[in-house]
Write a protein that binds this ligand. Structure first.
Ligand code: TYD
Length: 214
């Protein structure tokens, strides 16, 4: 598979979506062919699934939630990610399979082997080439998500309690420890420009090594 698949992960409020947008525009300025996408909601079907999954008024059973995230991903991989990578694009995805390991595995408490099996089925084995994990403590992220709550830009998982988000954060850090070559941890306490500099310091050499930027 050509191109490069870069995923952005972290707990809610870590700032990954802002960093993804900035990186995409920095890469376009440098004439790198970029595709931006996200999970859930990277396809037309996925946008419908996203609306249902994140609706604060919906009572979603945890097992149903696990399956719907997997369904969104199955569609996303086959309809969008594989064709973009085959066309040699640099694909930036706001969340991917690590989110299921962290949120449904550690957060909701589903068995690790079951989650891994579902991830394998949904992705067909497609792994990110690089994952940027924006790490922030739960209290610090809560300050940011509280602003969203006030603006009513919140979703069903944002309003889970601090213990849930602590389990999610720890699971992400564990993934990073297990796969240090793929997952790079970025301290997300810094300002947006400072964090962006950290992102560029990781991504540009990575793209140069793969012959996607010179
Ligand atoms: P996200 O789009 O990152 O939310 P926002 O744009 O509001 O920051 O993710 C939406 C929510 O979905 C987020 O709380 C994490 C959750 N999620 C899972 O629980 N499992 C998954 O596999 C994915 C992809 C997301």
């Amino acid at each position: 598979m050509a191109g490069a698949f870069i995923t952005f992960e972290g707990i809610d409020g870590c700032g990954k979506s802002t960093q993804l947008r900035i990186l995409a525009s920095e890469l376009r300025v440098r004439r790198v062919e970029v595709v931006t996408t996200r999970e859930p909601g990277g396809t037309s079907l996925g946008r419908k699934l996203r609306a249902a999954l994140l609706d604060v008024d919906e009572q979603v059973d945890p097992l149903a939630e696990l399956f719907v995230f997997a369904a969104d991903r199955a569609q996303h991989v086959r309809q969008h990610l594989l064709p973009a990578l085959a066309a040699n694009k640099v694909v930036l995805s706001d969340r991917y399979a690590d989110a299921t390991v962290a949120y449904q595995g550690a957060g909701r408490g589903f068995d690790r082997a079951l989650v891994q099996e579902l991830v394998q089925l949904a992705t067909g084995g497609l792994k990110p080439d690089l994952t940027l994990l924006f790490d922030l403590s739960v209290p610090e992220s809560a300050v940011r998500t509280r602003k969203r709550v006030a603006l009513k830009h919140t979703d069903r998982l944002d309003i889970e309690d601090a213990e849930f988000h602590t389990r999610v954060r720890n699971a992400y850090l564990e993934i990073a420890r297990a796969e240090p070559d793929r997952v790079r941890v970025i301290d997300a306490r810094n300002s947006v420009p400072e964090t962006q500099e950290l992102v560029m310091d990781i991504v540009m050499p990575f793209l140069r090594d793969r012959g996607l930027w010179s």
